[in-house]
Design a protein around this ligand. Structure first.
Ligand code: IMO
Ligand code: MG
Length: 423
């Protein structure tokens, strides 16, 4: 049984908490794209546990994590995360598998990502080397996890990759080169730490499926950051859509059972790019403070705004979402009114679908539906316990995007989720 969970906005939708909740009824959790740009937070007794590369839920005994070939692996970050997780949850041996095809993020990629931001202002990247690493993958220059265990090939491939990247560093940024003599021994050292975890994950997942085990594919980033369908060029460099999981893991389209899309009850974005419903004034600040909207990976304050149903419907369509998870619904309590964008005006015309170009998306004027606010948010044990105006707000969302809400999330702890399965 396969469940895919993806973000429907620009990342930070609360995927970490939803995935941790769902991990309880799954055996295996799989990261299929992105890298340490992700920051998925789970609260354990009010202490945050942030997953950047390790699949979320690995702190739970008996759960197995997989890192598939579509991920770009910052091995230093991974080694650190493994060590921290082992302090908490004991040895991960036998319950973490990393595919030998997974590409390595090199220190030179991170440096380039940072310098690109300084030079041109970049796209507001997390500076984790994601873009330059995927570029090298597609340029067929990339190093992969499997190369780490063939020292001679590794040295040769590293030399080729560094030659290419050092030319960029020198010519474009005027920076000194990264040397094989420094990077190579470091890679060999990290290789030994991850050696026990390396396994062909395609066959691991195939036998898990045969044995009827429940598998959860954990999306990172969000639909609107997808390299093809997001707000290009203000996107990440991977396929963040549900179909990205299939490409990256070698799973057929008919093998997926459920596709859950996570959206906040409002919208946030870090980094640059169009954001039609952004609230730049005091209202945005109120959402940021109430929702603690500061990045888990970079600590940057997030841009905040109303829920945009035009974009949400687009995201639902791009992923074939079967159920929605709406997160942070408690953050809206206490606002005098709450709005959702239902259409855009562009060049004197009303439209119900977003323009394909980011330049046009920058220019749209959202048209809103306004809802009366509600004051209290009592801890609900069923949908009917929610304040009535919030119930109407949620029903409006479901009807607009034509997908039922399966989960409503509030608070920080993983048990602060209401699962609604009857609809
Ligand atoms: P999670 O998984 C929010 C954004 C960056 C930047 C753009 C490109 O926690 O939801 P990159 O470093 O990927 O080249 O940056 O994408 N971005 C995210 N925003 N949540 C994330 O991950 C993100 N990962 C990347 O801010 O705008
Ligand atoms: Mg995050």
């Amino acid at each position: 049984m396969i469940t895919i969970v993806v973000g429907l906005q620009w990342g930070d939708e609360g995927k970490g908490k939803v995935i941790d909740f769902l991990s309880q009824e799954h055996d295996i959790i799989v990261r299929f794209q992105g890298g340490a740009n992700a920051g998925h937070t789970v609260y354990l007794d009010d202490q945050p546990l942030i997953f950047h590369l390790l699949p979320t839920g690995l702190h739970r005994q008996g759960k197995t994590g997989v890192i598939g070939p579509g991920v770009v692996l910052d091995i230093q970050q991974l080694v650190q995360e493994i060590r921290e997780m082992e302090k908490y949850a004991g040895s991960l041996e036998g319950r973490l598998w990393i595919d030998p095809r997974t590409a390595l993020v090199l220190p030179v990629h991170q440096a380039e990502d940072g310098w690109e931001e300084e030079l041109k202002g970049g796209v507001g990247s997390t500076r984790r080397g994601i873009g330059p690493t995927y570029r090298d993958v597609y340029a067929r220059l990339g190093l992969r996890v499997g190369d780490l265990f063939h020292p001679e090939t590794l040295k040769h491939k590293l030399k080729v990759a560094l030659d290419f990247n050092n030319q960029i560093l020198g010519a474009r940024y005027g920076k000194p080169p990264f040397l094989v003599e420094t990077v190579y021994p470091q890679l060999l050292e990290w290789a030994e730490v991850i050696r026990p975890f390396v396994e062909d994950t395609h066959w691991f997942l195939r036998s898990a499926l045969k044995a009827n085990r429940a598998i959860l594919f954990e999306g990172a980033q969000g639909t609107l950051l997808d390299i093809f369908f997001g707000t290009y060029p203000y996107v990440t460099s991977s396929h963040t859509l549900a179909s990205g999981a299939l490409i990256s893991l070698g799973i057929g389209p008919k093998e997926v059972d459920r596709i859950y899309g996570v959206t906040k009850a409002y919208t946030t974005r870090v980094g640059k790019g169009p954001f039609p419903t952004e609230l730049k004034g005091e209202q945005g600040t109120i959402l940021r403070e109430r929702g603690h909207e500061y990045g888990a990976t970079t600590g940057r304050p997030r841009r905040c705004g109303w829920l945009d149903l035009v974009l949400l419907k687009y995201a639902v369509s791009l992923n074939g979402v079967t159920r929605l998870a709406v997160t942070k619904v408690d953050v809206l309590a206490g606002l005098p009114e709450v709005k959702v964008a239902t259409s855009y005006r562009l060049d004197g015309q009303d439209r119900r679908v977003p323009p394909a170009s980011s330049e046009d998306l920058e220019r749209v004027q959202p048209l809103y539906q306004t809802f009366p606010g509600w004051n209290e948010f009592p801890r609900p044990s069923q949908k009917e316990d929610l304040p009535e105006p919030l119930q109407r707000y949620l029903t409006y969302i479901e009807e607009f995007v034509e997908v039922p809400i399966g989960f409503i999330s509030y608070g920080r702890r993983t048990d602060e989720i209401l699962a609604i399965f009857e609809s």
